[in-house]
Design a protein around this ligand. Structure first.
Ligand code: SAJ
Length: 400
């Protein structure tokens, strides 16, 4: 249920094991695309696999579910007003399945969900179909794959599987063992739900530490990249890299599922979210100040290159991207001749894109917003104002 970044690769991998898969999505464009053997997302190697399993008749996309033995929910769980988790997609998908569930079926939720969601969905199922109590198996098994490396990680990563009872856990483990070679760790549904949130909150907190250090170091006149490299020489220290903020649809979202349910107990997690959001504003303010300074000193409007729009290095995904937020804010607030760069996409709906070499060459002020590999080949040029928020020229400069 849900043929997005997780559902489609999961469907294709399972179909690749010779199992008949029906991929369900409410969007008819997605359903038609998949049935043509094509894909609507960018993910290495996925296109070939989908083409093969569709051609072999093992994966078929549908607008509505039909009777099966195993049901997997992979719909999005965004947040709504006040950063409250929105589980309506999970609930709607569950409701659509309730009439067709039968004795012996396995119902699995993979969507990132607030603690207690699996129990709530079970209650819903048993309220409407009381005869299925103790007759079907229900489990939570969060996905853990990294966009850009999904097919490998789907098969090789360890998984955490928590059923509403022991027999549900066992049945889900048996199912995943058909296509996962990583270890399958058994627990209960609530722990599995919290485990997913913990993994992403942990990364958010660690990145916040690096981002906070970068702002302290900027004030103190210390090169944060050198500092982190040196601190990481300690055998028990492993600091992550600062950047222009935290983006994407997981790490910048999931911690709110903890803070909204446990506000009094989640001070650190909540503060980390704020620091990572603040870092993007801080970067935008730095660029705005640099433009102002340039105008005052040179009495002319500068050419400003904004390098990168994606939410992280070497991908084409711009969703919830700090770089995109920074570019929008800076262009709104300061007059300049802007050159927008994103080497991983060929065109953008709003911005005219410039090649990274041309933009770097022409610009008076260059702001590196994403650490794309290509940018690291550029020669460091002391005659330009360089705002390096993601360590492209680690060795040469501070983020002044
Ligand atoms: N980032 C930094 N500094 C770093 C590492 C990352 O600023 O040192 C930034 C990135 O630029 C990006 C954001 O953090 O804006 C998130 O990127 P990411 O590569 O850390 O993670 P995602 O969002 O692509 O995928 C994460 C993964 N979770 C963890 O690593 C704990 C992935 O395994 C999950 O499956 C995925 O979230 C998900 O779907 O929940």
């Amino acid at each position: 249920m849900g043929l997005g970044y997780i559902g489609l690769p999961t469907a294709a991998v399972i179909a690749g094991q010779g199992i008949e898969v029906k991929g369900v999505d409410i969007n008819s464009t997605i359903v038609n695309t998949v049935n043509r053997g094509e894909i609507h997302i960018v993910e290495p190697k996925l296109g070939g696999l989908v083409r093969d399993v569709v051609a072999a008749g093992r994966l078929k996309a549908l607008l509505e579910p039909s009777e099966s033995n195993v049901y997997i929910i992979t719909v999005p769980t965004p947040f709504k007003e006040g950063h409250k988790p929105d589980v309506s997609y999970v609930e709607n998908a569950t409701r659509t399945l309730i009439p067709i569930l039968k004795k012996g079926d396995l119902f699995i939720i993979e969507s990132t969900s607030p603690v207690g969601t699996t129990d709530k969905m079970s209650e819903l199922i048993f309220k409407l179909r009381p005869e299925l109590k103790d007759k079907i198996y229900i489990a939570y098994c969060p996905e853990r794959v990294l966009p850009g490396n999904i097919l490998y990680e789907l098969i090789h990563n360890d998984r955490v599987i928590g059923g509403i009872d022991e027999v549900s856990t066992e049945m889900a483990v048996k199912f995943y063992s058909r296509f996962v070679v990583g270890k399958l760790h058994k627990t209960d549904a609530k722990t599995a739900e919290m485990c997913k949130l913990t993994e992403n909150a942990s990364r958010d907190v660690q990145i916040a530490f690096a981002n906070e250090l970068s702002m302290i170091c900027d004030r103190a006149g210390i090169n944060v990249w050198e500092l982190i490299e040196l601190a990481n020489k300690h055998p028990r220290v492993n600091i992550l890299q600062p950047g222009s903020g935290v983006g994407g649809h997981c790490i910048a979202v999931d911690p709110y599922f903890i803070t909204s349910d446990f506000p009094d107990e989640s001070k650190l997690i909540s503060q980390a979210r704020e620091i990572n959001n603040l870092k993007s504003q801080w970067c935008a303010d730095k660029i705005i100040k640099a433009i102002h300074r340039y105008k005052t000193t040179n009495d002319k409007i500068p050419v400003v290159a904004l390098m990168g729009l994606a939410f992280k290095p070497n991908i084409d995904d711009l969703r919830e991207s700090p770089a995109k937020y920074i570019a929008g804010r800076v262009m709104n607030m300061s007059e300049a001749d802007y050159l927008i760069v994103e080497p991983n996409i060929s065109e953008h709906q709003i911005y005219k894109l410039t090649s990274y070499r041309e933009a770097y060459e022409k610009a008076d002020i260059v702001a590196f917003l994403v650490a794309h590999t290509q940018f690291k080949d550029l020669p460091y040029n002391r005659n330009k104002v360089i705002l390096d928020f993601c360590g492209i020229f680690k060795k040469y400069m501070l983020t002044k």
